[in-house]
Design a protein around this ligand. Structure first.
Ligand code: AMP
Length: 207
C-alpha cells in the first residue's frame, strides 16, 4: 500500500494514518511530526522551521521534500509501501513528490481525502491544543492554517482526481467509524493491481 493523505488540519489525518500504517505494516511518514521532533530537540533544522510552524505557515519546500525523499528511499530499501501524512500540501509539492516517487518506482496507489467542515476542525484542534500543548494550536493560528488549507492544499485534490486515484471519506463520523470505512476502501485498493496513471498536467520543477 502506497498512499498520501490530504485533509484539513483537525480532520484526524494523523490518527487515521497511524491506524492505516499499523493495519498494512507500512511506515507512517508524517511531515508535521518529523518537523516537530526537530523543534523539540532544538536541532539546527528545528530552529530554522520553528517560526514557520508557530505562525501556521508552510516550511520551505526544499526542507520538507528532503525529509520525504529520505523516508521514501528508506521505505523502498525496506521493500514496503508508505502512508504519507502532511505532504503534499500544494500543487507544486504534489508534482515534487510524484517525481521523487517515480524515480524510486514508488508512486502512490491512492490519495485519501478526509472531508470535514471548518467549525468541526476548529473545535477538534482547540481540544487537541488543551491535550497536547502544540504551539500552533491557538485559535488565530488554527484559523490561518485552515485558510491556507483552502487556498493552497485543496487544489491538490483536483490533481489526484485527474489521475483517478482520489478516494474521499466523510471525516465527520466518529473516529472508529472513519477507520472502519477507510480500511474497507483501502482493502479494495490493495486487492486491485496498482496502475501508475501518470499526470497529464505538466509537472512543476523540483525545488
Ligand atoms: P501538521 O502536523 O501536518 O499539521 O503540520 C504542522 C506544521 O508543519 C504545518 O503547519 C507546517 O508549518 C509544517 N508542515 C508540515 N508539512 C508540511 C509541508 N508538506 N510543507 C510545508 N510545511 C509543512
Amino acid at each position: 500500500m502506497r498512499m498520501v493523505m490530504i485533509a484539513a488540519p483537525g480532520a484526524g489525518k494523523g490518527t487515521q494514518a497511524s491506524r492505516i500504517a499499523t493495519h498494512f505494516g507500512i511506515p507512517h511518514i508524517a511531515t508535521g511530526s518529523l518537523l516537530r521532533s526537530h523543534v523539540e530537540r532544538d536541532t539546527r533544522l528545528g530552529r530554522t522551521v520553528r517560526g514557520y510552524m508557530d505562525r501556521g505557515t508552510l516550511v520551505p519546500d526544499r526542507i520538507v521534500l528532503r525529509m520525504v525523499r529520505r523516508a521514501l528511499t528508506e521505505a523502498k530499501a525496506a521493500g514496503v509501501g508508505y502512508v504519507l501524512d502532511g505532504y503534499p500540501r500544494t500543487p507544486a509539492q504534489a508534482g515534487s513528490v510524484y517525481q521523487v516517487a517515480a524515480e524510486l518506482e514508488m508512486t502512490a496507489d491512492v490519495a485519501l481525502h478526509l472531508e470535514i467542515d471548518d467549525e468541526e476542525a476548529v473545535r477538534r484542534m482547540l481540544s487537541r491544543s488543551a491535550a497536547e500543548h502544540r504551539t500552533d494550536d491557538t485559535e488565530s493560528v488554527i484559523r490561518r492554517r485552515l485558510a491556507l488549507y483552502h487556498e493552497v492544499t485543496r487544489p491538490v485534490l483536483d490533481w489526484y482526481a485527474e489521475r483517478r486515484i482520489l478516494l474521499c471519506v466523510d471525516g465527520m463520523a466518529p473516529v472508529d467509524a472513519v477507520t472502519a470505512r477507510v480500511l474497507e476502501l483501502l482493502e479494495v485498493v490493495e486487492a486491485t493491481p496498482p496502475v501508475d496513471r501518470a499526470p497529464k498536467i505538466p509537472l512543476p520543477a523540483l525545488v
